[in-house]
Design a protein around this ligand. Structure first.
Ligand code: ADP
Length: 450
């Protein structure tokens, strides 16, 4: 096991990693920008190092500063959290070349899955079902048109280097295809420095269902069931649950086994998530995330397994202690991502939290790094915290979520709490009848105003 872990992140995930380290008896180093000197992860860590000014590229993305912080503090490993440098293969390599462990998969696996065209090819080779589409990058409009005709319109143009829903454009028909290709290319070039794009069949009413996996890099892997993350706004997940209201135990075991087998075959190390769209009983791979995800707590709540502790153990070279038969699913869990944003316009609302009261009680978990008097800086994402609720059944979970949302008070900034209070009272959500377009439709129909 490591002696000291440097947490190369901020906010709730930095705190989440810190808690795992404390339970393992591992010392912690927090890093922070000058804007985050008062952050909770800094207060609770054993040591902290200021790594630069507020803009992320000068602090949380600043590799030389992070390396210096490792050297100064004598940390032996780095946990990147999610976002920032978590899927940067170069960062993992640089750490390794300086003798620091990266708590995540091997750089070649990060790189492989970071290129969505290569990821899809790999998935297909390993027996994972993929969305029908181009085999590789689409280099001309003529080639795109030929492919799109063969797949059938509407099609989706996606960026090979994509992430966060950027560089993605729908072409409803032939007339719109060349514009979609051009826009996706330009967006991809600007966002990822790579204008390579590919074409996929556009699925009209899928659910987003992802499988959590753990692998030890030695050919052992398990799956921890699925998360249904279909409630999205602009491809950003807002509400996640496990199990999915759309799957049964048999379907779960089958897709889980397919994915776990592929992960073992790849000799993948650490935690990862294989994402699918699920429509009319079929799974279609879209991408793999080679890091811990924001929504990981819903899996922890129904399996009782601490995914961050597992990540740290696996990165330190321990073989996977879990067998598939050790993983049991108990009850139902739902997560709401509460952001400091106007709940109608979604405009960020940074500023000082004048009053804060988190809900509690049986089955209620709040993963948050804010506190009363804390000022949310304007430089980073607007996540105030995640509310995760567990119940024996989905009905119990929904009732508990409703009362927990009603207890939650965050004053001084605007938050998306009112949106979640409306969602848990909506018949479609109560019945689990929603797909990836549901939330956009709800908002277009007036959402909270309607
Ligand atoms: P990113 O890496 O940018 O997040 P993903 O490939 O994970 O991109 O897709 C993000 C979201 O975009 C999915 O959750 C889904 O809502 C939508 N999406 C992706 N591919 C398709 C598709 N072929 N048809 C319909 N929607 C899609």
């Amino acid at each position: 096991m490591f002696d000291k872990v440097l947490i190369a992140n901020r906010g709730e995930i930095a705190l989440r990693i810190l808690r795992a380290c404390k339970e393992l008896g591992v010392a912690t180093v927090a890093v922070h920008s000058t804007a985050d000197a008062d952050a909770m992860h800094v207060k609770l860590a054993d040591e902290s190092v200021c790594i630069g000014p507020p803009p992320a590229r000068e602090s949380y993305l600043n590799i030389p500063s992070l390396l210096a912080a490792c050297e100064i503090t004598g940390a032996d490993a780095v946990h990147p959290g999610y976002g920032f440098l978590s899927e940067n293969a170069r960062f993992a390599e640089i750490l390794a070349s300086h003798g620091f462990a990266f708590i995540g998969p091997a750089p070649e696996h990060i790189r492989l899955m970071g290129d969505k065209i290569e990821a899809k090819r790999t998935a297909k080779r390993l027996g994972i079902p993929v969305v029908p589409g181009s085999e590789g990058a689409v280099s001309s409009d003529a080639e795109g048109l030929k492919l799109a005709r063969a797949i059938g319109f509407p099609v989706l143009v996606k960026a090979a280097g994509g992430g966060g829903g950027r560089g993605m454009k729908v072409a409803p028909s032939e007339n719109e295809l060349s514009a979609a290709l051009a826009t996706a290319r330009a967006e991809a070039k600007a966002a990822f420095g790579n204008d390579s794009v590919y074409i996929e069949k556009f699925l009209s009413h899928p659910r987003h269902i992802e499988i959590q996996v753990l692998g030890d890099g030695q050919g052992n892997a398990v799956h921890l069931g699925e998360r249904d993350c279909s409630l999205q706004r602009r491809h950003q997940k807002l509400f996640e649950e496990s199990p999915s209201p759309a799957l049964n135990a048999e379907v779960r075991a089958k897709i889980g086994a397919t994915v776990a087998h592929a992960i073992a075959e790849m000799k993948y190390l650490g935690a990862g998530t294989v994402e699918f769209l699920y429509e009319d009983g079929e799974f279609y791979f879209i991408e793999m995330n080679t890091r811990i995800q924001v929504e990981h707590p819903v899996t922890e709540m129904i399996t009782g397994i601490d995914l961050v502790i597992e990540q740290i153990r696996l990165a330190s070279g321990s073989p996977l202690a879990l067998k598939q038969s050790d993983i049991a699913f108990s009850g139902h869990a739902i997560e709401c991502r509460i952001n400091a944003e106007n709940p109608v316009t979604f405009v960020p609302s940074p500023g000082k939290i004048s009053y804060f009261h988190a809900p509690g009680g049986l089955g209620v978990r709040v993963d948050s790094a804010v506190y009363q008097g804390y000022a949310i800086p304007p430089y980073y994402d607007s996540l105030v915290g995640k509310l995760i609720v567990h119940g024996k059944t989905r009905n119990e979970c929904m009732a508990r979520l409703k009362r927990a949302l009603d207890e939650y008070v965050v004053d001084g900034v605007e938050t998306t709490l009112p949106l979640f209070r409306a969602l848990v009272r909506n018949p479609d959500i109560i019945d689990g009848r929603y797909d990836i377009h549901w939330l956009e439709r709800f908002l277009a129909d007036g959402g909270l105003k309607g």
